[in-house]
Design a binder for this molecule. Structure first.
Ligand SMILES: [Zn+2]
Length: 287
């Protein structure tokens, strides 16, 4: 997964971005979402063979350390977003992770850990998860199925991975190889109303770069212009209400790996432009 480094390289010179290194998420934060037994199993490399196959990554101390760093980045971005309006993690959006198991390259659920910590720090907050990754956020949906203060929105391929969907607050399943035009039409007709009706205090946006027509797993047909339109739609929505928003990568598996990094970077740059337009002046540059 060298897309992370490639994206950092693309963003290093951006004038309106401040990039900070992530610190690993404390274990007490992970334990608000994940079971002690699961964390121990990853650390000890003790996953059942079938569990390891479903996860798609080899277990061991390094995997837990790497994943805790990823979650730590989302925790830091949440603090920054609350302070500065818009912030992101140049990783994260691991929405297939459940409390006691990982799936599809997702070991720990960074959004869930950040939400649980936020709920401790600011009880009663209303939190909206916008999941525009090409795949359904089944782990996140499961973790907040009974929490009415968290709204989980997912627009995704209805026949794509994961095979067993978990209902969220609002699911928008799309046909296989949906066109960019139809995708945007569905997004526009479902997300803004849900977002306004729920009136959140904080938003997590799992952007996803796997909607691209050249992605190996996304099964969608968006091009670069459609990506820009998707980003504009979400960013207009969250900045119009001044809802602090944490932006996360999600998936991206373009045949051309450099293109995956360029798609992620383009989204981050659009966020920086919106930050500058709506929040700059009162605070330091958003990380
Ligand atoms: Zn995905």
């Amino acid at each position: 997964m060298d897309k992370f480094w490639r994206t950092v390289e693309l963003l290093r010179e951006e004038p309106d971005l401040r990039i900070e290194w992530a610190q690993p998420a404390p274990r007490q934060d992970l334990l608000r979402v994940h079971s002690r037994a699961y964390l121990d199993r990853i650390f000890e490399g003790n996953l059942e063979r079938i569990e390891a196959i479903k996860l798609g990554l080899p277990a061991g101390p390094e995997l837990l350390a790497r994943s805790a760093l990823e979650v730590g980045g989302t925790l830091q971005a949440t603090v920054a977003a609350r302070r500065e309006g818009l912030a992101g993690n140049l990783a994260g959006g691991t929405h297939h992770a459940f409390a006691d198991r990982g799936l599809g390259y997702c070991v720990l659920n960074d959004v869930a850990v950040a939400i649980r910590r936020h709920q401790v720090e600011q009880p009663g907050s209303r939190i909206f998860v916008v999941d525009t990754d090409a795949h359904q956020g089944n782990g996140t949906h499961h973790l907040f199925a009974h929490d009415e203060t968290v709204f989980t929105y997912s627009i995704h391929g209805g026949k794509n991975y994961p095979a067993a969907k978990v209902p969220g607050s609002l699911d928008v399943p799309l046909p296989r190889f949906v066109s960019g035009h139809d995708y945007l039409e569905q997004l526009e007709s479902t997300l803004p109303d849900a977002f306004h009706d729920f009136a959140p205090d904080l938003c997590f946006w799992i952007a996803g770069a796997d909607l691209h027509r050249d992605d190996r797993f996304g099964q969608m047909r968006l091009d670069d212009r459609h990506f820009a339109a998707r980003d504009e739609l979400v960013l207009k929505l969250v900045t119009a209400r001044q809802t602090p928003t944490v932006v996360l990568f999600g998936g991206g598996y373009n045949r051309d790996r450099t293109h995956t990094a360029r798609l992620h970077a383009a989204t981050v740059i659009r966020c920086a432009q919106y930050w500058k337009k709506h929040y700059a002046g009162a605070t330091a540059p958003a990380p």
